[in-house]
Design a protein around this ligand. Structure first.
Ligand code: XIL
Length: 302
């Protein structure tokens, strides 16, 4: 097939993109997004600060714009994200203890209920593990409510939207030998053994020269899948250019296709100029909307 989404579909996968609602009025952007992709994530519009700016006052207009654009154009939606230490509204940042736990669970329930039936997969919890060699949970106001906050969030999400796949999503979990990867693996293993409802693990996959695509990437994806969960590449971008960048993108696609339970790949933006990264050219289209070598490599690998 001649587009990323259609080619991925032939392989039983999706190919997604993060959309910023404010950019949908840019016709070059919207044309590429609509043509190439069959899964959509909201880059910011479904996060906690966007959806619950004041406690118990929910705001779904910005998220709805993206969900409606996706559905009107025949695309599915990944929900991003229900519980996270970052991009919390101010009221939540100032909360702690049992009141924060209740507020977090209320948020999960209300947002997942609102979007019930419209979400392919939810990033229920995002970025809950620390970087470095500790293998520990990340310190945050949510973590300080008790180590069981993650499973509590998953149970609330399952109750609210039983049909959505429920994912744990994180970054720097690509290299199988890293402590953070191992720690997330043990959590998923524990959840599966105790019947905590988890269906998938999202690998953000933000790569750069200091954090390249690891040679054991396929091993990582396969080992998680072997726990009985789907794996998804959820926020892919790779700094660089030319054939070196293209080869890294190709490697990611090949690693996913080699794992039966790797459902799909999402890139974190359309053009290089749409990227959240301050510098660099990490995406598949250049600032003019032209296909890069990385695009050709991905399409050929699918
Ligand atoms: C980023 C967005 O792309 C930016 O627009 C925003 O300013 C900050 O968040 N990991 C995640 C994403 O899970 O939500 C982040 O998105 C990128 C890192």
């Amino acid at each position: 097939a001649s587009t990323l989404g259609a080619s991925a579909a032939e392989r039983g996968r999706y190919f997604g993109v993060a959309i910023a609602g404010s950019r949908l009025s840019d016709s070059t952007y919207a044309t590429i997004a609509n043509r190439e992709f069959n899964m959509v994530s909201a880059e910011n519009e479904m996060k906690l600060d966007a959806t619950e700016p004041n406690q118990n006052q929910f705001s779904f207009g910005a998220g709805d714009q993206i969900v409606n654009w996706a559905r009107n154009n025949g695309k599915q939606v990944r929900g991003h994200t229900l519980a996270w230490h970052s991009q919390q509204p101010g009221w939540m940042q100032r909360m702690e203890g049992s009141s924060l736990r209740s507020a977090m669970l209320n948020h999960v329930t209300r947002v997942a209920t609102y979007y019930k039936g419209k979400i392919h997969s939810w990033d229920v919890v995002n970025e809950a593990f620390a970087d470095g060699s500790s293998g520990a949970r990340r310190d945050s106001n949510l973590q300080r409510t008790g180590n069981d906050w993650i499973e509590a969030a998953f149970r609330a999400a399952r109750a609210a939207d039983p049909a959505a796949k429920l994912c744990y999503n994180d970054y720097n979990t690509d290299n199988w030998s890293h402590a953070k990867t191992q720690a997330v693996y043990r959590m998923v293993q524990d959840f599966k053994s105790r019947g905590v409802p988890i269906d998938c693990v999202g690998f953000q996959a933000h790569f750069n020269s200091g954090n390249p695509v690891p040679s054991n990437y396929h091993t990582t994806l396969q080992n998680f899948a072997s726990l009985g969960v789907d794996v998804q590449i959820t926020e892919l971008d790779i700094e660089g250019s030319g054939s070196s960048q293209a080869e890294q993108y190709r490697g990611i696609v090949q690693a996913c296709l080699a794992v039966t339970r790797c459902n799909g790949i999402t890139v974190w933006g359309v053009r290089d100029t749409d990227s959240w990264r301050a510098s660099g050219t990490p995406l598949l289209f250049n600032g003019s909307g032209q296909k890069k070598a990385a695009y050709d490599a991905v399409l050929a690998a699918l």
